[in-house]
Design a protein around this ligand. Structure first.
Ligand SMILES: Cc1ncc(COP(=O)(O)O)c(C=O)c1O
Length: 379
């Protein structure tokens, strides 16, 4: 029997049927009252899920585009910025910022760890940074940064606080306004449980003011143009929006709001706890350090002699469950189970069962059912 594979990756994630149906509705034109109504609803729903009163802009693009927008709109070549890096995505931000001529100081942590507020405080004493970039959930390692605590450290300082929430928004608590975040970047294909192709940026008034003086080259990404179009009597976008994707993500946001933001975070937390418990019951080690383990993705160290890529392949080809492997230096050494977005207990149990079988197949001694039982205990 041919069945759809279960997508337990950190994006793209599974998309609810209602969202797919919304994406499939007949096309409408983007300069019509019908589109303005849809766009107005989307903007309101985004503000609820971003927990902000700030404007949230939508661009047809992936998360990397949103990160580029966050660099080119709020800085000028030569500006000094601090980029915290706890993995691949912190590194990516540093690369983008350098590409646009910013002076980048990197505060990097060993893989698997979160950045500490003490280290940030120390760095902030050394220079007058114009901005700090922090990854909320480092998808490549399964560690997350404490954005609330970092917000406390930089509040009252004249530093723009920019958070990459591409793999966390809608899965991990993120209080944009309460935690003092100027710019939050996310994308549609992860915890927001919609198709890939949209990036979103929430932008504080202070950041919009700074955007007026930013000298980095930009055209498509100009947030002032996007804001002006959004604030017209009939809200719209400067250029053709991805209408179908907007319909889809708007439906996904409605589903999140209907479930309740706190309930959504609790579901993620429960699934993560169950995953971690199962992994340990199988005698495997978690990659991220205690206290930094994310509730949207679990990274698992592979025992000596076991190739994570092989486990991933068996889980996909024989058991219909797609997980992620390690990236760059971690390739083969870890596997990553995404439990973000449209995921429930049944999905997780199936994933753990598939992991057990794959481990057995590569010769790792495991008692079938030990992981599943441990997961069930926490669900
Ligand atoms: C934390 C984080 N930032 C940025 C990105 C880049 O997003 P995209 O692949 O949509 O460009 C990702 C993608 O996995 C991510 O996890």
């Amino acid at each position: 029997m041919k069945k759809e594979k279960l997508l337990m990756t950190p994006g793209p994630t599974m998309v609810p049927h209602e969202v797919l149906m919304a994406e499939a509705a007949p096309m409408i034109h983007h300069r019509t009252p019908e589109y303005s109504d849809l766009f107005t609803q989307l903007n309101k729903n985004l503000q609820i899920v971003f927990q902000t009163k700030n404007s949230v802009l939508t661009y047809p693009a992936v998360g990397t585009g949103g990160l580029e927008a966050a660099v080119v709109n709020f800085f000028s070549p030569g500006d000094q910025v601090l980029v915290t890096s706890i993995g691949v995505f912190g590194e990516r931000v540093a690369t983008i910022a350098k590409a646009f001529g910013l002076k980048v100081d990197k505060l990097a942590m060993p893989l698997g760890k979160a950045v500490t507020t003490e280290l940030i405080e120390e760095r902030l004493k050394t220079k007058n940074y114009r901005g700090i970039f922090v990854t909320h959930n480092e998808t490549s390692t399964g560690a997350f940064n404490n954005i609330k605590a970092i917000g406390e450290v930089i509040k009252d300082k004249n530093i723009l606080f920019i958070v990459d929430a591409v793999s966390s928004l809608g899965g991990l608590e993120l209080k944009t306004d309460e935690w003092g975040i100027d710019v939050v970047v996310t994308a549609s294909q992860k915890a927001l449980m919609a198709s890939p192709g949209l990036t979103f940026l929430s932008i504080s008034d202070r950041a919009f003011e700074i955007a007026k003086t930013s000298k980095c080259p930009k055209f498509y990404w100009d947030v002032l143009k996007a804001k002006a179009a959004m604030e017209k009597p009939s809200p719209q976008n400067p250029y053709t929006p991805a209408v179908s994707l907007i319909r889809g993500v708007n439906k996904a946001l409605e589903l999140i709001i209907e479930e309740g933001l706190q309930e959504v975070f609790e579901r993620h937390s429960r699934l993560a706890e169950a995953t971690r418990h199962a992994v340990e019951a199988l005698g495997l080690k978690l990659f991220a350090t205690e206290g930094a383990r994310s509730d949207v993705i679990t990274s698992i160290k592979m025992p000596e002699g076991i190739d994570g890529e092989g486990i991933k392949k068996i889980m996909s080809e024989k058991h219909g469950v797609i997980i992620a492997g390690g990236q760059q230096d971690l390739k083969g050494k870890i596997i990553r189970i995404g439990h973000m977005g449209y995921v429930d207990e049944g999905d997780l149990i199936k994933t753990i069962a598939a992991l057990e079988k794959a481990l057995l197949e590569v010769g790792y001694t495991v008692t079938l059912g030990a992981g599943v039982t441990a997961a069930r205990e926490r669900l």
